[in-house]
Design a protein around this ligand. Sequence first.
Ligand code: NDP
Length: 316
Amino acid sequence: MSAVLIDGRMYAAELSASLADEVEELAAAGVRPGLATVLVGDSYPAHAYERRVRRLAQKVGCHYVCEALPDDAAEADALAVVGKLGADPRISGVLILRPLPPQVSEASLYRALDPIKDIESVHPISAGLLALGRPRYVPSTPASVFHLLDRYLTESGRDPAQTYAQSNLVVVGRSANVGKPALMLAMERGATVVSCDEHSHGAGLLFEHTVRADILVVAAGVPGLIRVEHVKHGVIAVDVGINAIRDSPAGKVHLVGDIDTADVARRAEAITPVPGGVGPITDVWLLHNTVSAARLAQGIGASFPATEGLQLPAIC
Ligand code: NDP
């Protein structure tokens, strides 16, 4: 492997330290940020994510609740939970964990969120503000992708603004939570942006685009989708994918990304590992957004690390 492995855990540890300071500062002002997760069903990744954010929330001193519903829960029950959390003054931010079982519509739950507590910017109002480049909260996963890229570019002696302006930046995957907001953040930074999804793959166009990427962000949920022949020499590759693979039907679960790391590292300048790349930063960022939501709710203004080029709008 010749590529630089970008260490997300190191960046996450730095952000986590400043987060703990922020929570302490708010506590002195009598404010305790509160995070709620809504967990419907038995999905392994959703449960794994819930455990991680629970641990982190407790570690930094935030109030935390998980509203868990069974796999066969009716959509009306899930909507009632989201409504209850919207009315709960102890809760500053709400995260709806995915995937949801098929009878519960993601879009319906997103619409039911209080936009001020919508720390992932998935409510239509929040998504609109993000599309306009004026998000209240920068969603945690794409924010982490660009935090990591901004830091890597700076630390490798480049001017990030200039580098983005001169880069073809390809995003694979365009979900409402990850791919689409990543496209918005890439556009805000002035990159030449290309979006690919499953249709691009089906049409035989995907690798035509990935091979031209100077910066490649992959969030498809397909293990090992990107191999060395799909990238150009010197690419900076960010692997968002987290796929749980079992060694054997009853075997141990291990996590792999959407990029075949060892293979692509033979051509890449830099690459993020899975685990240990984007994921650890995402967790911390979610808590940062919770703290910002607590500040907004108290009218004491928000603080966001490293969201260059994006303005925080007043509550509207
Ligand atoms: P979704 O399933 O919601 O979206 C996947 C996207 O990828 C869709 O746009 C889909 O296309 C596209 N896609 C699927 N297959 C292909 C393919 N063969 N070629 C090109 N595009 C494809 O997933 P998420 O966006 O929520 O998550 C993506 C991955 O990121 C998952 O592995 C998830 O676990 C991980 N993740 C990691 C996080 C982190 O912190 N690191 C946080 C959140 C997610 P179409 O639109 O046509 O269906």
